[in-house]
Design a protein around this ligand. Structure first.
Ligand code: GLN
Length: 274
């Protein structure tokens, strides 16, 4: 951290530069970059990289997600604020009370933000949580391990459920996933920060954006407890197709939407054994 007093005027210049480069929250970004830098040289370098379009979260090394600090490495999907709604919804649906126990899976975990936020909230409420996370991407798995191992969680690398230990079959209370859901043809229209810096595997959901949801939903029933919930973020326009996918997979579907968060989540619960 560099001396706040002596850097006052420098910060004004930084704010102006960031604003010119199109950063909407230029003051906040300047303050975060200043905190992250240990010298004025380093600060200048960080500002230059930010102006080049590197996501702020990669430069400072963390993102705030639902009030929890998530460590973030370059090349790992940046948790979106809207996804906090998925956690709110998961907590409501699982309706755990102090002393209860929940098994939570963060599938396609990226940094592990969902698992971290859900576990933190449940444990704060006195709930005992077993957390397991998985991702196909090596860089994401390393980042998720940094975030989740301190919670006693295990993070596996592999293709969706193939990554999970078999002993979780029929035992998962909450299956949380921010799967890639951007239709392939829309990737080119994403903001450059996402398109140029985040891994394609975390964004590209195939022709209609729901390829990975299809695969997760198809297998989810086998891994959930009866009464357990799968929650997956989608785009609003995908609501009807996603509901049909979840129903066809044998789960009872529900849609949760929040205009405050600008988020839509498709949910599915396992209603019976076998
Ligand atoms: N449109 C979403 C976003 O950029 C994509 C997230 C995703 O595919 N999981 O936030």
């Amino acid at each position: 951290m560099i001396d706040p007093e002596s850097e006052e005027s420098g910060t004004d210049a930084i704010v102006a530069d960031l604003r010119r480069a199109g950063c909407v929250f230029a003051e906040e970004e300047a303050a975060l970059l200043r905190q992250a830098a240990s010298s004025s040289g380093e600060l200048a370098a960080l500002v230059a990289r930010r102006i080049d379009g590197i996501p702020l979260e990669y430069l400072v090394g963390w993102a705030d997600f639902r009030g929890v600090r998530v460590a973030l490495d370059p090349g790992v999907f940046v948790p979106r604020q809207r996804t906090a709604f998925l956690i709110d919804e998961a907590l409501e649906r699982t309706a755990a009370r102090p002393g209860d126990r929940r098994t939570v899976v963060d599938m396609c975990c990226g940094s592990g933000a969902l698992g971290l936020a859900a576990t933190t909230a449940l444990r704060t409420g006195g709930v005992d949580v077993e957390l397991v996370a998985a991702d196909i991407d090596t860089v994401a798995v390393a980042c998720a391990r940094r975030n989740l191992e301190p919670l006693g969680a295990q993070v596996f690398q592999g293709d969706l459920f193939a990554a999970l230990p078999g002993e979780l079959v029929g035992r998962v209370d909450l299956l949380l996933a921010n799967t890639p859901y951007v239709p392939t043809a829309m990737i080119a229209r994403m903001p450059p920060e996402a398109r140029d810096h985040e891994p394609r595997t975390a964004l590209d959901g195939g022709e209609d954006g729901l390829d990975v949801l299809r695969r997760v939903a198809d297998a989810a029933g086998r891994w959930l407890t009866v009464g357990g919930w799968m929650l997956v973020e989608i785009g609003t326009a995908q609501m009807d197709t996603a509901t049909a996918i979840v129903a066809a997979a044998g789960l009872r579907p529900a849609i949760a939407e929040s205009s405050d968060y600008g988020a839509t989540v498709v949910c599915g619960t396992r209603t019976h054994a076998g």
